[in-house]
Ligand binder design. Structure first.
Ligand SMILES: Cc1cc2nc3c(=O)[nH]c(=O)nc-3n(C[C@H](O)[C@H](O)[C@H](O)COP(=O)(O)O)c2cc1C
Length: 298
């Protein structure tokens, strides 16, 4: 009996010790994410100034009025680090395309966004690369899109970010980054390039417009492509109904969207706050600048 009791006590102490370790691990954001996975890692918080009234001055963290002016005509290509660090966070289009001969390609593009919904249109900015001599600088994705007029934008989710990032290497045209990275192709419905099965949302697109970018010396440095979404797909496990419209929307708590920051940094969305749009009546009570200044002094 005594032996059994000792075993039970040791077991209980072990369990308590283990649960203590688990609790401390869960308090560490990295480990908590590893243990709990990608779900429910986003929480609603309040804005910095929830008591703001229209016309109130909002305090800034700056101690001077100095701004550095960056002139693209002088800086040229050196604008790149500034642009990608300033316009953040950017969503990432993980673009699947095929050459006219059917060779697959997959690469991330963060000069990307959706610009409309009826019909949905997406834009992607392709920078020319000096390494791509055969195509006049066009990277494989762009060369494919221009050849076939089709592509698929997969939204990047955190659970496969390592493989997705791996696809951005300077691989030769004809090398299929889908295979190389271990990601899984999934047949599309309206276009030939495959979707990425690991991604929660896919947009099957057709090219509707391309615009070549020329710099101040007249050199072509890139191309913006506009694509129309022919069919969108949302994995059922990230789907929910909008509390406002009742329509199908993505549940942010299950989505883990990856954003691009400056340099080689990615961003994780862990907090959000809601701010309702102001009603039209707000236009009836304009505050003069002096009233707002007076309030700021009080
Ligand atoms: C997150 C991320 C975002 C990127 N965004 C862009 C972009 O918007 N435009 C661009 O030209 N290259 C971008 N790149 C670089 C391309 O992915 C990279 O040059 C890749 O090798 C192009 O592959 P491709 O030739 O197969 O299209 C990005 C890379 C990463 C990792």
């Amino acid at each position: 009996m005594a032996v059994q009791g000792n075993i039970l006590t040791a077991f209980a102490a072990g369990a308590l010790g283990a649960s203590g370790i688990l609790v401390s691990l869960l308090r560490n954001p990295t480990w908590s994410r590893r243990i709990l996975g990608h779900r429910n890692q986003i929480e609603e918080v309040s804005t910095l100034h929830p008591d703001y009234k229209p016309g109130d001055k909002q305090p800034s963290p700056f101690t001077s009025d100095k701004y550095l002016a960056l002139n693209p005509a002088e800086l040229g290509d050196a604008m790149y680090p500034f642009m990608i660090s300033a316009v953040v966070p950017r969503p990432v289009a993980f673009v699947s395309s095929l050459s006219k001969n059917g060779a697959g390609n997959l690469s991330p593009y963060s000069y990307f966004n959706a610009m409309s919904h009826d019909p949905p249109m997406v834009v992607i900015g392709h920078s020319y690369s000096s390494a791509k001599k055969d195509t006049g600088g066009k990277k494989d994705t762009l060369a494919n899109i221009l050849e076939t007029g089709e592509f698929v934008v997969n939204i990047m989710n955190e659970w496969y970010v390592e493989a997705a990032n791996f696809t951005c290497g300077p691989y030769d045209r004809g090398i299929n980054e889908m295979t190389l990275s271990g990601l899984t192709p999934m047949e599309s419905v309206k276009v030939k390039p495959p979707r990425v099965k690991e991604s929660a949302v896919h947009f099957e697109c057709k090219l509707v417009h391309s615009y070549e970018i020329k710099n101040h010396t007249g050199k072509a440095t890139g191309m913006i492509v506009v694509g129309e979404v022919l069919l969108a797909h949302m994995h059922e496990e990230v789907a929910t109904k909008s509390p406002h419209s009742g329509h199908d929307v993505v549940d942010l708590k299950k989505y883990s969207p990856v954003s691009r920051l400056g340099g080689v940094s990615y961003g994780r969305t862990t907090e959000y706050y809601n701010i309702p749009r102001p009603p039209k009546e707000e236009q009836k009570t304009p505050k003069t600048a002096s009233e707002a200044d007076e309030k700021a002094r009080l």
